[in-house]
Design a protein around this ligand. Structure first.
Ligand code: MG
Length: 218
């Protein structure tokens, strides 16, 4: 079996993300839990790695951080059941689903798509690939994020509304997943704004942490 999936940035073709997938987040926002996963797609050109900077997109005045567990797909799959999903997980990553919140609010108000508010360049900072065996407890691992040293998000993947196998199964009813494709599984409560000059630090248990700075050329 090829290990190409481990180089997800080069070999993956898409990033499929789930939103409103944490009980703590829907409770904090006073919204009902969704009846099924809500999906959107980010382009792979949105990836950046540590050392690169998160750029506030042109014209945005409100950029939000969302720390998320990412799943790297090991091999092609379509229409699989939740019990089958584990076999298609190649590994994990720590990710940020950066969101231009002002664009997002406008899109929701006007029933427009989310491509811009979620898919702009630098909107998907990611860690290096994490081997699957490193986190057998991926369904109950701490996920945290600090802005300039202040804890803003601190939760566990156990708070997900739809589990990782359920999310993978649901996605594959509509999209064929291929080796290196990445699934972002949603952010816990505490998402909030970051400004140019601020530093985001986030982590996944004691397995992985990463740091990104934000620049604003607006
Ligand atoms: Mg998100």
């Amino acid at each position: 079996m090829s290990d190409d999936y481990k180089n997800f940035r080069e070999n993956g073709k898409k990033i499929i993300a789930v939103c409103r997938n944490y009980n703590g987040l829907t409770a904090a926002q006073g919204i009902q839990n969704p009846e099924k996963p809500i999906l959107f797609i980010k382009p792979t050109t949105a990836y950046i790695s540590e050392g690169q900077k998160i750029k506030v997109p042109l014209g945005s005045k409100l950029l939000y951080h969302e720390v998320e567990l990412g799943i790297v797909i090991r091999k092609r799959c379509s229409n699989i059941s939740p019990p089958e999903a584990d076999d298609y997980i190649g590994g994990f990553l720590l990710a940020l689903d950066m969101t231009a919140k002002d664009f997002h609010i406008e899109a929701k108000e006007k029933s427009r798509p989310w491509s811009l508010c979620k898919g702009f360049d630098t909107s998907c900072p990611v860690s290096s690939f994490i081997d699957k065996d490193t986190i057998p407890n991926y369904s109950d691992i701490r996920l945290w994020l600090k802005v300039d040293g202040v804890m803003m998000q601190d939760s566990s993947t156990s708070d997900m509304i739809f589990s990782v196998p359920e999310v993978i199964s649901y996605i594959t009813k509509y999209f064929t997943l291929e080796a290196g494709d990445v699934i972002l599984t949603g952010t816990p409560a505490g998402s909030g704004p970051v400004r140019g000059g601020q530093i985001i630090e986030c982590g996944l248990g004691d397995v992985m942490s990463m740091t990104f700075s934000v620049i604003d050329a607006n």
